[in-house]
Write a protein that binds this ligand. Sequence first.
Ligand code: ATP
Ligand code: ZN
Length: 290
Amino acid sequence: MSGGKKLRIAIQKSGRLSEKSLETISSCGIDFSTDSRTLKCAAQNFPLEFLFVRDDDIPTYVYDGVADIGIVGRNELDESGYSLEVVRDLGFASCRLSIAVPEGFDYQGLSSLEGKRIATSYPRILSSILEERGVQASLVTVSGSVEITPAVGIADCICDLVSTGATLRMNGLKEVEAIYWTSAVMVARSDFSQDEERSAILSRLLMRMDTVNNARKKKYVLFNLPADRIEDAARIVGGMKSPTVTPLLDSAWVSVQSVVGEDRFWSVFEDLKAIGAEGILVMPIEKMSD
Ligand code: ATP
Ligand code: ZN
């Protein structure tokens, strides 16, 4: 490791993104202490520094260079209007931005919102979608508790983030249309690569994240097989390279090891059983490079 520069990452201080954001970093073997979550802290074994802030501020901090990278919902990024580079989609904290209306509202599609008052915390995203669809409505921007606005009479309906819909139902609203999907993303300034030293740290971090992520999508499979079925087994497991085959004491049998994608796992398992595989062991993979 050369130089003394550190990469600074902005992470939500406390909220829906916090835990998974920190987990993303710690799964890369990066140690830090989170006991007293102050504004800043540094990792112990990697040139990384954390800045704990409100999620709404993360795009601004990254854009202004207060932080080099950040983990934030795509919704906050799009709402901020800053053009930052999305370096990875992290997949967690996924939810949708939906239109929800009071029970009695006759909703026939976005055109039913013509001339209505819509409360939202995402006026930029909503207005661009309404404009695309040629709907004119008046937006009431509120920063929280969007779901109570129809009941208190300041809006006719709302546009808010939904994951299960329970909060909406509790407030007498029904979700009628999802208009935008989001999940947590890692962002960097678009000209960030000019800072060679910090870019190199980011590349190391991304390489570790990808390695962990690759491993999560795969299973390590080990089984015994009648030696004369090895061609069939190779065809079933397929994948990166031919499976590793080890002879057993009983020469009619072999032991086979391979890596199988999680998505194909059950069909592979059933096909292997069908050709006489026995003692199938399936193990999680902790790390895996390409
Ligand atoms: P802060 O105090 O940092 O401003 P917040 O209240 O704005 O926090 P959270 O409620 O913690 O933010 O949500 C952070 C992000 O989590 C959202 O911007 C969104 O990307 C994501 N998210 C996932 N599921 C939901 C959900 N059901 N409702 C709202 N946001 C969700
Ligand atoms: Zn926020």
